[in-house]
Design a protein around this ligand. Structure first.
Ligand code: ADP
Ligand code: ADP
Length: 226
């Protein structure tokens, strides 16, 4: 069953330039782990942002199940992003004045949801951050900061987790830890995982690899064996 579909998704940032993304068609199955690869500047982040509802396409549609994402109004779209999408970036994007716990619970807080204490404790333990609960991001290593970002992305149990080079700033050991956490969310919690990566080892772990070259997407449709 397809969870996320994009139809003729096109993004043109300016009239003088070629589209950053050119009529991309894709369908992602619930629970699938998809890697997106391609040269720098080929449109990978642009695609990911539109799949997560954080940037609007010039034309084309994104559907999460039956929801036509860009027909939502701004308020509905903000709720959609907080509840349905977990976003992870290369440089963590944590809020520097908030503690580890506050960063992690932010999407729930913004949503007026109180995360049960037990759930926070368990998530911190899974992330290996139990002793960092009240720490500020600047006191953490890169790998620890990325684990906070994963906690924030998972706190609302989103249907899809979108990660933009989540290990791009980390050494090999930390990279594998981060991928193990994302894989656990994917396999144990059934969350659909889309990861932009330059790392062939990570792409090799995916169920499917999509490639973007000059805004043209290939591998967007499942092979039929899902
Ligand atoms: P990738 O993630 O593959 O490196 P991007 O999606 O970031 O590629 O960028 C694709 C193209 O769109 C590039 O030419 C980039 O310069 C351009 N681009 C990306 N974001 C913006 C933006 N906010 N405004 C204008 N052009 C952009
Ligand atoms: P806005 O104020 O534009 O509606 P949001 O409420 O969607 O923004 O998000 C506020 C902050 O919370 C963002 O900086 C973002 O990093 C973080 N955030 C919100 N939702 C998520 C999510 N699902 N996964 C990760 N971070 C999120």
């Amino acid at each position: 069953m397809s969870i996320l579909t994009a139809t003729d998704l096109t993004k043109q940032y300016s009239a003088e330039e070629l589209p950053a993304l050119d009529h991309a068609n894709l369908s992602i199955e619930a629970g699938e782990f998809v890697a997106i690869v391609g040269p720098s500047g080929s449109g990978k982040s642009t695609l990911l942002h539109m799949l997560g509802g954080v940037d609007k396409p010039t034309s084309g549609t994104v559907h999460l199940y039956d929801t036509n994402v860009f027909q939502l109004n701004e308020t509905q779209l903000a709720i959609f992003r907080r509840r349905q999408v977990g976003l992870i970036y290369q440089f963590y994007n944590l809020l520097p004045t908030l503690t580890v716990e506050e960063n992690i619970t932010l999407p729930a807080d913004l949503d007026g949801q109180k995360v049960p204490e037990k759930e926070i404790t368990e998530l911190l333990a899974i992330l290996g951050l139990s002793d960092k609960r009240t720490a500020l991001p600047t006191t953490l290593s890169g790998g620890q900061q990325q684990r906070v970002a994963i906690g924030r992305a998972l706190i609302n149990h989103p249907a899809i987790v979108l990660a933009d080079e989540p290990t791009g700033n980390l050494d090999q050991r930390n990279s594998q830890d981060i991928m193990d956490l994302l894989r656990a969310a994917n396999t144990k919690r059934g969350q659909t995982l889309v990861v932009i990566t330059h790392d062939p080892d990570i792409a090799a772990q995916a169920d499917r690899v999509m490639t973007i070259t000059d805004g043209k997407l290939t591998g967007g449709e499942p092979d039929g064996d899902h």
